[in-house]
Structure formats: C-alpha cells, structure tokens
Design a protein around this ligand. Structure first.
Ligand code: ZN
Ligand code: ZN
Length: 324
C-alpha cells in the first residue's frame, strides 16, 4: 500500500552517517518525494541499488516519481531538487511531473510581475521564497537544446494563516494531498497524504516546525495517522534553542504523535550535535510509546488493512524491527 523510505535524518547539514532531509513514498497510484535536500538523487540511486540486490519486494525507482512535495525552502530540504530534475531530463523522461511547494500571495504576485527587480525592503517577501526559486530553477531546466523536455507543473500554494490547504486538482488519482501550515522561521507546511480508494491509510510528514501547530490535532485530521514522520532536532535540554529556531524537541515530537493519534512515530532531522539517540527515544516515549529514531534508509510499510512494519537498514540490507 504505502512504503515510506526515510532517506535523510540529519538537520541542517549532513554528518558522517546521516544526510539531510528527503523521503520517497510509493503508493499503488504513483510515487512521491517529500523534501529533497542536498545530494538526494545520489542517495536515492544507491538506495534503489541496495533494494535491487535485496529480495524484499520493495523498490524506489526515479522513473516512477509523479509528484515532488516540498515543505519549505531551507536548503537542507530543497537543494537537491534541481540536480534531480536535470538527471530526469538526461534520462529522457517523457512523463509529466508535478512539483508543489508553499509560498505566499505576496511573493507569488511579486514573482509574476516584478521578477528580477530588487525586493522592496518594506515587503515581507523572503528572497528565497519558492515563488522566486521556481523562476530560477525553471530557467535552468528549460534552457536546453535537448528536445526531451518533459512537462513540469510548478505549483505554488499560497499559505494563509493556519488554514489547511486542500489541493483542488489532486495530481495522483486515489491519493489526497493536504498542506498543513507549520510554525517555522519561514513559510512552511507539513504534508498529509491519504489514500482514498479501497482503504483509508494516512501518513503525515512534519517538515521543520516548533511544537503547537494548530492543524496537528486528531479532531482536525479526523482519523488516526498510520505513520507520523516528525522532526526532533534537539532533546528537551535544548528546548529554548529549539523554540528560538523554529524546531521541536524529541519530547514534543512524542506529544504531537499523541495529539494526532499516530500509530507509529518516526523521528528525523537531528541536530549534528546529538550523539545520544537513546535519549531521543526515551524522551519521546514519555508521550508516545511507539516512537523510533530513524536512520537513513529505513522503510515503513503500511498495508491496506493498516498493519505497519518497520524495516531498518543496516549494512546495505534490511531487517524487520520489532515494534512491540
Ligand atoms: Zn531543516
Ligand atoms: Zn528549516
């Protein structure tokens, strides 16, 4: 049903064993990427090669990607996008692709009418807003002599307060995508992904955020979440720092998992200064027992009937982790 591959678990910059943010989700109707930090395509290619060598019946092919969802424009979440698009072009991709990212009405209008001018100092437009980045990236991708230009639908969603944003035209039949505004230092969203045919399965990916997102409530999301991927940049000891930088602690990640009634919590986006990952799980389990520190390459499999298995990666292969 859903296979969710966690391909980057470090916050802000890569470490020896962890890369920055990026996830691959396969669904029966088409596959998605959620965030695409620096070096993402390289990781995905290596991950797919390891999957090919291991007969676990799961794959993560670049050619199957239909949609790329971005949570916010910090580099550790989006800087791998342009090289990935270039590779798709070089591979002769013909199928269209949809890329969706949050922005603001002000930035979208500015990019439409004044792109290239200096942004007035009295405006609230962030110079790295996706409305401006998309213009830049399109120039690179469309500036080619190649005849193989696949169609890209660049979609900006204007985030307004805390309102959940339901896409009017869903890009994948049988899958409903909803952007939930989060509380970070720039405009940012979480992505809520639901299956709508045959079964009602649901995953939620937080992106970067402080605790206390109004949309992260069971009564707003209506039903339990199968898998919540939530950032846990720091432990509670650095809760003040987490708040200042628009991030959550592991204690708070566990609270969110309990608030949205998640069956399983996978934690990601750890500060490079964290060395004690047992402490991360200990803290989150105060509020949510089924909380796990994710490593790069881990996979959550959600079956049609809601059974969840957690495949942990070690030494280029996977084993099922006992979640009891
Ligand atoms: Zn980040
Ligand atoms: Zn960020």
């Amino acid at each position: 049903m859903f296979d969710l591959h966690v391909l980057g678990t470090s916050g802000s910059r890569p470490t020896k064993n962890r890369s920055v943010s990026g996830n691959y989700l396969s669904t029966p109707h088409g596959n998605l990427i959620i965030d695409c930090g620096e070096g993402f395509q390289d990781r995905l290619v290596k991950h797919e090669l390891d999957l090919k060598k291991n007969p676990i019946g799961i794959r993560a092919r670049i050619s199957k990607i239909k949609v790329i969802l971005l949570t916010h424009s910090h580099l550790d979440h989006c800087w791998g996008l342009l090289p990935l698009l270039k590779t798709m072009q070089l591979d002769g991709r013909a199928k269209p692709l949809t890329i969706i990212a949050p922005s603001t009405i002000e930035a979208i209008e500015w990019a439409e009418n004044n792109y290239g001018d200096s942004i007035p100092s009295n405006s609230n437009i962030n110079p790295s807003d996706f409305a401006l980045l998309f213009r830049e990236w399109r120039t690179h991708i469309e500036n080619t002599s190649s005849k193989n230009i696949f169609k890209i639908n660049w979609l900006l969603i204007p985030i307004l307060g805390n309102n959940l944003h339901n896409l009017i035209n869903q890009p994948i039949k049988g899958i409903k995508l909803t952007a939930i505004p989060t509380n970070h230092t720039i405009v940012s969203v979480a992505w809520f992904i639901e299956s709508t045919e045959n079964s009602d399965r649901r995953v939620l990916i937080s992106g970067d955020t402080k605790y206390n997102v109004p949309g992260f409530k069971e009564e707003i999301l209506n039903n339990p979440i199968d898998v919540l991927i939530h950032e846990a940049t720091f432990t509670h000891e650095l809760s003040e720092k987490a708040g200042e930088h628009g991030h959550s602690t592991s204690l708070e990640a566990g609270k969110v998992a309990s608030d949205v009634n998640a069956k399983v919590l996978g934690m990601v986006h750890f500060s490079p200064r964290i060395t004690d990952f047992k402490e991360i799980e200990k803290e989150s389990r105060i509020n949510h027992q089924k909380s796990f520190v994710c490593n790069d390459g881990d996979i959550f499999c959600v079956s049609n009937n809601g059974k969840i298995s957690f495949l942990r990666k070690s030494q280029n292969s996977w084993h099922e982790h006992n979640m009891q």
